[in-house]
Ligand binder design. Structure first.
Ligand code: DP6
Length: 326
């Protein structure tokens, strides 16, 4: 009744931004991502019939009531599948700074799903694990398979699942995260997601995102860095256009975000090929090929306002491990 899982976060190249079903977390478009090796969550789950409430700890501290409720709701999905009502002890640890613009809900709900189902004695297929993880946090479904992953567009619970495009060793891309802001963002992804339909440009973005999934998937398989990079930048800008034109508008960028966008474009004209993508926050993920990583890290670190540069390579999928956290 006890299991531990390590899962990585992921960076989306085509974004999940807007849902057709809030309860099931069914997105308006499919998305594509890469797991990021340097950002992991380790979670141990143990079901026990004695306590009368779930106990949930992150980094040695009990979560607040709202966060516990979200975890309990996810454990309820697992309990329902397993056919028992035992409460759980959940202990979780992130190896990356919280609020550094790394999607912690992705690694958190992937690890919780895989550890929780194993602790409950369930044996689910990878596809079913992604469907379950998705209901906890949308982006979490993409952290279950390893490497480069596609979350398929689907209009039912069963059709909206994630699947590997290529394993981590297929393409040694580096994701260099330029940290420009460490405080919590003012508007959460959940709130932003709920506002997309108030933007007059949303329909166009959704259409374009469907197209981008195909372009980026192909470019990953072909290791065509230029096609890949140009397309991920377009998609990142589209997400922020939707955010900025939502009602009320959301501005995630800081002046440093824009400075990095401009610098990356400038470096390309000098022959240093790198591309940016930005989630719902101010930090910038700069994607480079392995041979250019060191130079780009140095340039980013030298920029005013860049507090840190976190290096990542393509990461593994969510995996059960033998060492428990308690
Ligand atoms: C901008 O997966 O955090 O990072 O389903 O409400 O937990 P919830 O949202 P979440 O949204 C991630 C949004 C994004 C883009 C992406 O990762 O695809």
């Amino acid at each position: 009744m006890k299991a531990t899982c390590v899962a990585t976060s992921n960076i989306a190249f085509v974004k999940y931004w807007g849902r057709i079903d809030d309860k099931l977390r069914l997105p308006m478009n499919g998305s594509v991502s890469m797991n990021i090796s340097g950002a992991t969550t380790t979670t141990t789950v143990e079901f026990d019939s004695s306590p009368d409430a779930d106990v949930v700890e992150l980094q040695g501290k009990t979560l607040d009531e709202q966060q516990i409720q979200r975890v309990s709701k996810h454990l309820d999905r697992i309990r329902q599948l397993a056919g028992f009502t035992s409460r759980a002890k959940v202990v979780s640890h992130n190896n990356f700074p919280m609020g550094a613009g790394i999607a912690s809900s992705a690694s958190a709900f992937a690890a919780l799903t895989v550890a929780g189902t194993a602790a409950a004695g369930l044996e689910l297929s990878e596809r079913d694990l992604t469907i379950l993880a998705r209901q906890g946090s949308g982006s979490a479904c993409r952290s279950v398979p390893a490497g480069f992953v596609q979350w398929h567009y689907g209009e039912t619970n069963e059709d909206s699942f994630a699947e590997q495009i290529a394993p981590p060793e297929h393409w040694n891309l580096h994701d260099l995260i330029a940290v420009v802001q460490t405080e919590h963002k003012a508007v959460s992804s959940a709130q932003g997601n709920a506002l997309v339909s108030t933007s007059p440009f949303n329909e166009v973005r959704v259409r374009e995102a469907h197209r981008s999934v195909e372009v980026i998937r192909r470019a990953i398989l072909d290791k065509d860095f230029t096609t890949f990079g140009e397309e991920i930048e377009r998609e990142a800008i589209r997400l922020h256009v939707i955010a900025m034109t939502s009602r009320p508008p959301i501005f995630y960028w800081s002046p440093v975000t824009l400075a990095i966008i401009q610098a990356v474009s400038q470096w390309r004209t000098e022959g240093l090929e790198s591309y940016y993508t930005i989630d719902a926050g101010a930090n910038v993920h700069v994607i480079v090929q392995a041979q250019d990583a060191e130079r780009v890290v140095q340039r980013l670190a030298a920029m005013d306002g860049v507090q840190d540069v976190l290096r990542n390579q393509p990461g593994q999928g969510a995996q059960l491990v033998n060492e428990h956290l308690f």
